[in-house]
Structures are given as structure tokens and as C-alpha cells.
Design a protein around this ligand. Structure first.
Ligand code: M6R
Length: 366
């Protein structure tokens, strides 16, 4: 069942090009973005929404945080993202014209289900579920659904479910933008093309595994690690830190790089490895200057960037490059190296990668 892989997590990481290709198949067959991809009558639910409210937990929440950048930039609608277990106990000001999007790999997470019920009790009847398990509880309780086609995910640490959730959320973003007249034919063709090329770009990122394995020995003995990113790669830094915590038990925290000087810089010394997600986007120069601050304090840096970013190696600065920057879908490509880093660090520490202590695959209790 594991084939050439040692763990389900490793297998699932490597299944991502296929999982993404399967998840976009309906869009490609359809020849573009349209409401029907989300179910019958989706047009009437999506057409005149005034905003988006995302509810999710854990890795699914980080998929939501990433999507907020796409939704606000591409549709022009406001988007809020809440941790489901907090939203359900908060006095929320609800606008029923906002679309409530729940994201859940399992479709059975109790906190997400209860947040959805609470949203409905506040008058939200435009509800959409992004889920990997057909006919599970959350999609059944939602009016619209988009199923990710990751296939069964066995490893407790979510990997292929995360990247396929991102693909589904990007598809939703483009669909809403098109319905609102915010996406012309040329932009739609561009986005479709980026999606079509995504499995190949993800495969290129997977090919970095031997280089990442080379880093894992340096990570394995550490007690702590810091992850930095900016913009839509900040949620990828959060996801990288969560993966590392879950399976290697190394304490990791993520910050938007601009926040360093507001506190966490005090933690940096030669014992603190700092992982930086620094793709070749408009924030690259900002990230470069933020990390000077780390270098000046003796922190060892592990940078994931793109080949076209001119990011050089220097003493204490190690760099791994994807072949090129892929634009708006870059967070999906940059999710891969942080998954691999967590996996190989855990392997070096000898932890139970697929079944980390204290955790369950599906969290059906409060
Ligand atoms: O099934 P769900 O997507 O609702 O699960 C949410 C979280 O429990 C889940 O993503 C968790 O954070 C993972 N173990 C992360 O790897």
C-alpha cells in the first residue's frame, strides 16, 4: 500500500501533483470557471454576495487565510477568516449576504460543524463546504459543496488535502470574480493556464527533496524554530510551523517577517534556525531586509525561494530554489518544501510520523 514510501505522509506529499490534477479536472472539463462547479442553483447563491466568511480549524484554517488574499485581490469583496472553535463562541455581527465557506478535509470536525450551525442560526443561508470526504456531515449541512479529490488522507498531518483545498479556494475566487464581472476572458484564460501548469510546478518542488533532506540533520537536534513569510506566504509559514510541531515535536512559531522587530527578534541567536519563505514576488525586497535583522543576530537561515529571485547563499544563509516563480498560485508550490522539511526532520528524530502523539486524524470532540 505504501509502495516505495516509508510513511503515508511521504506518499501523500508525493501524490500532490495527481491530487491537484484530479481536483481541477472538473474546471478543465468545463472549459472555465462557472457556478455549476459548486452544485445546482449555485448561481443564485453566489451571484450577489457582498463578502465571504471562512470558518475552519488547523491546516484548513491556514488554507482559508491564504484564500483571503486571493478573494480580496481578485473579487474585490471583503473576506474574514475565523478559527471555527473561536467563532462559535463569539458574538458575531452577521451579514446574511456574506457567503459562509467551511473548509474541512474530513467533513466531520465538530468545531467547524458547530460554527456552521451557529452561522446558520444568525441568518446565514448561503453556505458552501470545501471537503475531501463525500457525504460527510459538513457538506451535508451546506447548500453548496466543492469536493477536493485528494483521495483518502491517512497521515494525521494534512498535506495533499491542504494543497487541494487551496486549489478549490482559488477556483471559488475566480468563479465569484467572473460572476461579478471582475474577471475578463483574458484574465480567466491566464488563471486557467496557471492551474493547468500547477501539477508540473508542484512536481518540480517535490524534486527538491534530496536538498531538503540535506537540511534535516541540522534541524533534528534543535528545540525551536522560527518560520517567516509575508503576504500570502505568511499562512504558508504558519502551515510549515504547524507541520514541524505536529510530527517532529520541535517547537515552531511563524511570524510575518515585518513583525520580527516587534518582539520575536529577541529570541534569535545561533541556536534558533529561521526558515524563510521568500518567493520572487513584490514583497521579496522587504523580506530580504527583514532577514538582515536575523543574520545580524547570528541566526542560521534556511530560505526557500525561486530561481529567478537572485537570492544568494552566504555564510549562515542556506538557499533552496524552486525553478521559477509561478505568480498567484505560488503559496501552493511553496507549501511543498515546508512539508518535506517537517517530514525529514521528524524522520531524523525518529518520531511516529503518521500517528503523532496526542493527535487524532478527525477531531470529533470539542
Ligand atoms: O478535517 P479538518 O480539515 O476539519 O481538520 C482540521 C484540523 O484538525 C487539521 O487540519 C489538523 O490541524 C491537521 N492535523 C494538520 O496537519
Amino acid at each position: 500500500e505504501l509502495g516505495p514510501y516509508r510513511h503515508f505522509m511521504q506518499k501523500e506529499i508525493h501524490e500532490q501533483p495527481r491530487a491537484i490534477a484530479d481536483t481541477i479536472e472538473a474546471v478543465m472539463d468545463n472549459g472555465g470557471f462557472s457556478a455549476e462547479l459548486f452544485g445546482d442553483n449555485a448561481q443564485s447563491v453566489l451571484a450577489d454576495i457582498e463578502g465571504v466568511q471562512i470558518l475552519a480549524c488547523g491546516t484548513s484554517y491556514y488554507a482559508g487565510l491564504t484564500a483571503r488574499y486571493w478573494i480580496e485581490a481578485i473579487t474585490g469583496l471583503p473576506c474574514a477568516v475565523d478559527i471555527a472553535s473561536e467563532y462559535r463562541y463569539r458574538r458575531v455581527v452577521a451579514n446574511p449576504k456574506h457567503l459562509v465557506v467551511t473548509i474541512s478535509q474530513s467533513g466531520e470536525t465538530l468545531d467547524t460543524m458547530e460554527a456552521l450551525k451557529y452561522a446558520k442560526s444568525l441568518g446565514h443561508d448561503r453556505t458552501l463546504s470545501i471537503c475531501n470526504v463525500p457525504e460527510s456531515a459538513i457538506p451535508r449541512a451546506s447548500r453548496l459543496v466543492y469536493y477536493t479529490r485528494a483521495g483518502a488522507e491517512i497521515g494525521v498531518a494534512s498535506t495533499k488535502a491542504f494543497t487541494t483545498q487551496l486549489v478549490a479556494l482559488f477556483t471559488l475566487t475566480c468563479t465569484i470574480a467572473k460572476l461579478r464581472g471582475q474577471l475578463d476572458a483574458a484574465q480567466e484564460a491566464d488563471h486557467l493556464d496557471s492551474l493547468r501548469q500547477l501539477p508540473g510546478s508542484v512536481q518540480h518542488a517535490l524534486n527538491l527533496e534530496p536538498q531538503i533532506t540535506g537540511w534535516s540533520d541540522r534541524f533534528a537536534p534543535k528545540q525551536h524554530a522560527l518560520f517567516l513569510g509575508r503576504g500570502m506566504h505568511y499562512p504558508i509559514a504558519l502551515e510549515g510551523a504547524l507541520k514541524l510541531k505536529e510530527i517532529s515535536y520541535i517547537h515552531a512559531e511563524a511570524y510575518p517577517a515585518g513583525e520580527l522587530k516587534h518582539g520575536p527578534l529577541a529570541l534569535v541567536d545561533s541556536e534558533m534556525p529561521v526558515v524563510v519563505i521568500a518567493p520572487n514576488d513584490s514583497l521579496l525586497e522587504k523580506v530580504k531586509s527583514n532577514i538582515q535583522e536575523v543574520r545580524a543576530r547570528g541566526g542560521e537561515m534556511f530560505v526557500f525561494t525561486d530561481a529567478d529571485s537572485q537570492f544568494g547563499e552566504s555564510e549562515g544563509v542556506h538557499v533552496i530554489r524552486t525553478p521559477r516563480h509561478v505568480g498567484v498560485l505560488s503559496p501552493i508550490v511553496h507549501a511543498i518544501p515546508v512539508q518535506l522539511l517537517a517530514y525529514h526532520a521528524a524522520l531524523a528524530r525518529g518520531t511516529d510520523v503518521d500517528k503523532p502523539r496526542n493527535l487524532a486524524k478527525s477531531v470529533t470532540v470539542e
